[in-house]
Design a protein around this ligand. Sequence first.
Ligand code: NAD
Ligand code: DAU
Length: 350
Amino acid sequence: MKNVLITGGAGFIGSHVVRLFVNKYPDCLILNFDKLTYAGNLLNLADIEQKENYLFVKGDVTDADQVFSLFSEHAFDTVIHLAAESHVDRSIANPMEFVHTNVLGTVNLLNAARHNWKDAFEGKRFYHISTDEVYGSLGDVGLFTEETPYDPRSPYSASKASSDHFVRAYYHTYGLPVILSNCSNNYGPNQFPEKLIPLFIHNIIEKKPLPVYGKGENVRDWLYVLDHAVAIDQIVRRGKLGETYNIGGHNEWKNIDLIRLMCGIMDKKLGREAGTSEGLITYVKDRAGHDLRYAIDAGKVSRDLGWEPSVTFEEGLDKTIDWYLANTEWLRQTTSGDYLSYYRQQYEER
Ligand code: NAD
Ligand code: DAU
């Protein structure tokens, strides 16, 4: 790798990937291309923005002219595509934005890579970051493997599934050197407080209601974000072209159990009486089409590339909560302005 384009690098996972690559590969140019939507935040990268091998370009993956000229200005050999609309609830409220960014944006990048690489694909890699949600919803047993048929059930997962199909289509049709991975729920520092863990941490700090969808019985598999970034590093360098790798944490939690665990930890950290935060739990109307359970068989990435999650959930959750408690300015900035009207729309009429 000499010139790496990372899209969506100012977002949650992208910022951890950018930091890892900038520090680990000082001789590589790492170019972060991000639109800075509500979810993108340059504060996430304040500690590395002065590094010589790092460049930020504000831009939109759906803008073909911009993407094509970016490719002609920089001789990218590697693309790691993370830019996306990523929140299921927002996709239910506004599906078209997801079609636009996640589908059109991905196809734009594929076209730019193909044309600029001029069908000379030696040494090039286009790595598409996707989600386990494309596989649909599991019952009480079973795991998603790389062979599980796609069955997306939310506008978000349908848009990601569509983008995955386009990536594979470019591999089969044009021979574009692609790799994909589908990961389970990430958590950790810098996650926008619309997703379960940071939203609930924020609400506990503020002593606001904790809105549990339905009965809180849905199950998610949680992976610490840095472990995902390390998997991405392994896969982009050592993964086999045309292949897909599932990434997961072997760490399934029923939402309500996870929420109770967080409440207990935060009561201790905030010096509050035990049970204070649990008292904030409020059951609200379920998410439309709420997938019951996601769980990943991450055997392939372990066998082929030796990747395993390294951070235990106890450790990761503790670090995450400490990060939010220490980064009050980040939390204040991300939960003011537009966030307030989003929050009102999403939760006040539930
Ligand atoms: P995020 O919402 O935190 O960040 C998305 C980033 O993309 C933001 O910086 C945003 O500004 C940028 N972006 C959005 N639209 C853009 C556009 N048109 N042009 C350029 N940049 C744009 O998302 P995340 O949680 O970090 O997820 C990153 C990727 O990983 C997504 O593709 C998502 O589908 C996938 N993923 C996420 C998870 C998870 O648990 N968060 C799990 C598996 C896969
Ligand atoms: O599985 C990977 C996916 O995980 C990623 O592709 C998505 O980008 C990411 O957002 C995440 O999707 P989920 O829908 O699983 O994450 P979210 O944090 O929104 O919700 C987690 C669970 O918590 C889910 O069952 C819904 C529930 N929930 C969520 C919110 C925001 C609540 O009960 N209350 C809430 O307020």
